[in-house]
Ligand binder design. Structure first.
Ligand SMILES: Nc1ncnc2c1ncn2[C@@H]1O[C@H](COP(=O)(O)OP(=O)(O)OP(=O)(O)O)[C@@H](O)[C@H]1O
Length: 264
């Protein structure tokens, strides 16, 4: 489904600011995999997502999605098949547009030809039904501007936007980290429900180590641009946070330096 082969990226090469963000990284995801990603500060987790979405071109390596080589595909074309959520609920939606306009934009993303934002009664019902699933009372607020929603409501709508046309791949970049604990749990539950229902291949960066073992089907640990641990199945079900920390220490030859991860 998603295949990264020997992917490397160095920022500001041959300067004092040189930073090897991804080093010869290979990763193969099967259809329906739900991978959680953890790692130290600056390990390359977000850069990995940026490489997949095409924010920059690789120095070397290859990225394939569903059998298609997307290594040189422009980012806006990849966005038709890859959904992404960020930590910041303000990202990814248009605050001055209404909920239904935002949903319409996301829905029409899947349609390749030019489109208008004309929303008819049938669309309205479709959006209402989807919003009702969120259980946040938003189905009666289709004409409300996105900017007026709380962070949690907004993140839930963003999740809906990213999945209203089922993406081939869903990338979640600490998408619940900026929410209060109760709202974060609600958004995470919703995420898992949608991912399971639509069988979406998903990658989720989290700073919560126990969450990384409880959610999803596979856990990857990154350090300094490399994957240093990749567990699933029986091995993963036997894994604990203490074991994860110990493995980090052995494989990276240092203590975990991600404060948010340790505090959690
Ligand atoms: N556009 C860029 N230009 C220069 N350096 C960058 C750029 N993007 C990332 N980096 C650097 O690449 C390294 C990896 O960064 P990245 O954001 O991927 O880490 P991360 O694992 O997501 O970290 P964190 O958990 O702290 O957010 C860091 O040293 C970062 O400073």
């Amino acid at each position: 489904m998603l295949k990264l082969t020997h992917v490397s990226k160095t920022f500001h090469p041959s300067t004092i600011n040189e930073r090897k963000a991804l080093i010869d990284l290979s990763l193969h995801l099967n259809n329906g995999d739900f991978v959680t990603i953890i790692g130290g500060n600056g390990a390359g987790k977000s850069t990995l997502f940026n490489a997949i979405t095409g924010a920059f071109l690789l120095d070397s390596g290859k990225i394939e999605l569903d059998g298609k080589d997307i290594t040189f595909m422009r980012d806006f074309r990849r966005a038709r098949e890859i959904g992404r959520l960020f930590q910041d609920p303000l990202k990814g939606t248009a605050p001055n547009m209404t909920i239904e306009e935002n949903l319409a934009m996301a829905y029409l993303r899947g349609i390749k030809k030019g489109f208008s934002l004309g929303i008819n009664k049938k669309d309205e019902k479709f959006f209402k039904d989807h919003l009702a699933e969120l259980n946040l009372g938003l189905e009666d607020r289709l004409k409300t501007k996105m900017g007026l929603l709380s962070g949690g409501q907004r993140q839930a709508v963003t999740l809906m936007m990213a999945t209203i046309v089922t993406p081939k791949l869903l990338l979640l970049d600490e998408h619940t980290a900026a929410l209060d604990p109760a709202t974060a749990e609600k958004v995470l539950d919703l995420t898992q429900k949608i991912v399971r229902r639509d069988k979406i291949t998903t990658m989720m960066i989290t700073h919560n180590m126990s969450q990384s073992l409880v959610c999803g089907t596979r856990t990857i640990m990154m350090d300094e641009g490399r994957i240093i641990l990749d567990v699933q199945g029986e091995e993963r079900s036997q894994m604990t946070v203490e074991k994860l920390l110990a493995l980090f220490k052995v494989r990276s030859k240092k203590e975990m330096d991600n404060d948010r991860m340790l505090l959690n």
